[in-house]
Design a protein around this ligand. Structure first.
Ligand SMILES: Nc1ncnc2c1ncn2[C@@H]1O[C@H](COP(=O)(O)OP(=O)(O)OP(=O)(O)O)[C@@H](O)[C@H]1O
Ligand SMILES: [Mg+2]
Length: 224
């Protein structure tokens, strides 16, 4: 079943008087429970593509469908779809410094209307999946980089999203922590069927991913 489809996505940026062509009408299809990796040179447009797919930015032209329904970053329910159906993990964790790990993870559930108690319980459950039980009361500055990323992953999952977007989720980590986060992602995909679209510079990670695309000259090219 097709989870997410992007059709003919195009995006240019205007930089003083120069047009930067970033996406040139590219397509992407992500099936449910797939883990898709996107690689490509720095500046080729990977983050731009991910932001467009995740409704954080609008394409100049082209359309996006989530389970066959067209969705649009300008539509009134875009924020709702993002919070309920999509999870995001960024290169820099963007955790809230004044909240501990459990509270950071619980926030999207509370925004979605869940009670504080239920949200906090579910946050505890997800953090447990990542072997973070002993860190739930820690604040972001008391966590290692790998732990911060695991909290970000847990936060991305709390509302049981239909799809999780991750932009360089291991980009800031040493090889050991990078491997741990990657193993968590693979486990979530294989054991729980979560659908992922992951942008990574790390060719080793990309090579162990079942579906790989390279973004080149504004077009996604299947690499395996
Ligand atoms: N808001 C913007 N205004 C102007 N140019 C932009 C804007 N956002 C991105 N760009 C340009 O668009 C191109 C693609 O940027 P993008 O961040 O998508 O690349 P990337 O593939 O994610 O790179 P990296 O691997 O370094 O993260 C770059 O040349 C960038 O400078
Ligand atoms: Mg980027």
């Amino acid at each position: 079943m097709i989870c997410l489809a992007g059709h003919q996505l195009a995006k240019n940026f205007l930089d003083s008087d120069q047009v930067i062509h970033v996406l040139s009408g590219t397509d992407i299809i992500v099936n449910q429970s797939e883990l898709v990796c996107i690689t490509g040179q720095s500046g080729c447009g990977k983050s731009t593509l991910l932001h467009i797919l995740g409704l954080l930015d609008a394409p100049d032209s082209g359309t996006i469908e989530l389970f066959g329904k067209e969705i649009n970053s300008n539509s009134p329910d875009a924020a709702h779809i993002r919070n309920r159906d999509m999870g995001f993990v960024f290169q820099f964790h963007y955790l809230i410094e004044d909240l501990n790990a459990q509270e950071n993870v619980a926030i999207p559930a509370m925004i979605a209307g869940e009670s504080r108690q239920k949200s906090m319980n579910r946050a505890t459950e997800i953090l447990h999946l990542f072997d973070m039980d002993h860190r739930i009361g820690h604040y972001p500055n008391q966590l290692s980089g790998g732990e911060q990323q695991r909290v970000s992953l847990a936060r991305a999952l709390i509302n049981n999203p239909k799809i999780v977007f991750a932009d360089e989720p291991t980009g800031n980590l040493d090889p050991q922590h990078s491997l741990e986060v990657w193993q968590n992602i693979q486990k979530l995909n294989q054991d729980f069927g979560y659908t992922f679209v992951i942008v990574t510079h790390d060719s080793e990670l990309a090579n162990s991913s079942p579906i790989r695309y390279e973004l080149k000259n504004g077009i996604l090219v299947r690499n395996n």
